[in-house]
Write a protein that binds this ligand. Structure first.
Ligand code: NAD
Ligand code: UDP
Length: 337
């Protein structure tokens, strides 16, 4: 089967493209390269014996999408394309709603016109917003995200749920990622943030690589083991595997389903620093700062639904996540450039 992977040159998309090729799928990647490099795809091809088709372009370009569907017999779409910087989304909300929400609607319209009704969507744990329940499970209400990025995921989930309810031909997986980290064990592909990273692991890696001086730890007064924020970090290769399982599941079913993709285990910022130092042998200087706006104390997945229904669970632990992150950074200190 041929899969259209939007955003396939990006961090999670490139790892999933590799997993798809390794599993024998044909892949067409559509990416406008606004936050990625074509080199990632060359590296993906280097890691397999297969080749992929790359189309440089935007999901908002309906004519281009129609051409892609006309030219290739696409069986399903994996939709990673989107903007993901929370802070930027607060400053430029329209850009986020246009790209993430309107872009997804245009993609779905083009899919329906081409009679392609299978879609795997990159959602996020952020759709749960604030809740007192932990771990987070799929039955919890969504719709209270605190920033436009999160809200764009809530909106798209809503649109896709309505679409699935209105037309039984659709089969849609909403994959709610927790905190993706790590890189392929070859060190050839990994996360390549533009400018100063916002997320913890890319920031720590750049401190280790000597590109940034010290890490700011945001908040040490949370009600957690050591006062710093706790997150459920998931290895990107496990995440990629989750996409293949979801694809398998929607091949034989109809409707819309959400699955959490996390490990269920939470680590604090200080525990991550310690684990990274151990894996890399580098000291990570850090300083305590007040809490970051919009952050919550803890975020952890109940992924039992994915285990039950997809037969998926994460297999890579914290040490492997840290070692793979560090190998990627060490081998590619300037990313793909
Ligand atoms: P990424 O920025 O590395 O990848 C996204 C890719 O989409 C990039 O290659 C970018 O060039 C492309 N893109 C963006 N807008 C596009 C458009 N209009 N048309 C075509 N291509 C476009 O991000 P990622 O970390 O790989 O995230 C992939 C998806 O997963 C995103 O939708 C993101 O919101 C979601 N997600 C990511 C995380 C995370 O922490 N990385 C967590 C939860 C959800
Ligand atoms: N964090 C931090 N310093 C940073 C980046 C993140 O202390 O430079 C903390 C943040 O407050 C949170 C955890 O690390 O507790 C994970 O943050 P990240 O931005 O990676 O993920 P998210 O907050 O989106 O879950």
């Amino acid at each position: 089967m041929k899969i259209l992977v939007t955003g396939g040159a990006g961090y999670i998309g490139s790892h999933t493209t590799l997993a798809l090729l390794e599993a024998g799928f044909e892949v067409v990647v559509l990416d406008n390269l606004c936050n990625s490099s074509k080199i990632a795809l060359t590296r993906v091809e280097q890691l397999t014996t297969s080749t992929l088709t790359f189309v440089e372009g935007d999901i908002n370009d309906r004519a281009l999408l129609d051409n892609v569907f006309a030219e290739h017999r696409i069986g399903a779409v994996m939709h990673f394309a989107g903007l993901k910087a929370v802070g930027e989304s607060v400053v430029q909300p329209l850009m986020y709603y246009r790209n993430n929400v309107a872009g997804t609607l245009i993609l779905c319209e083009a899919m329906a016109a081409a009679k392609v009704f299978k879609l795997v969507f990159s959602s996020s744990a952020t759709v749960y917003g604030e809740t007192n329940e932990m771990p987070l499970h799929e039955q919890l209400p969504t719709g209270s995200a605190t920033n436009p990025y999160g809200q764009s995921k809530v909106m798209v989930e809503r649109c896709l749920s309505d679409l699935g309810a209105a037309d039984p031909r659709w089969s849609i997986a909403l994959l709610r990622y927790f905190n993706p980290v790590g890189a392929h064990s070859s060190g050839l592909i990994g996360e390549n943030p533009n400018g100063r990273p916002n997320n913890l692991l890319p920031y720590i890696s750049q401190v280790a690589a000597g590109k940034l001086e010290e890490l700011a730890v945001y908040g040490n007064d949370y009600p957690t083991t050591d006062g710093t924020g706790v997150r459920d970090y998931i290895h990107v290769v496990d995440l990629a595997d989750g996409h293949l399982r979801a694809l398998q599941a929607i091949e034989s079913s109809h409707g819309v389903a959400a699955w959490n993709l996390g490990t269920g285990v939470g680590y604090s910022v200080l525990q991550i620093i310690e684990a990274f130092e151990k894996a890399s042998g580098c000291k990570i200087p850090y300083r305590l700062f007040p809490r970051r706006d919009g952050d919550i104390a803890e975020c952890r997945a109940d992924s039992s639904k994915a285990l039950r229904e997809l037969g998926w669970q994460s297999t890579r632990g914290l040490a492997e996540m840290m070692m793979d992150t560090w190998r990627w950074t060490r081998q590619n200190p300037t990313g793909y450039s």
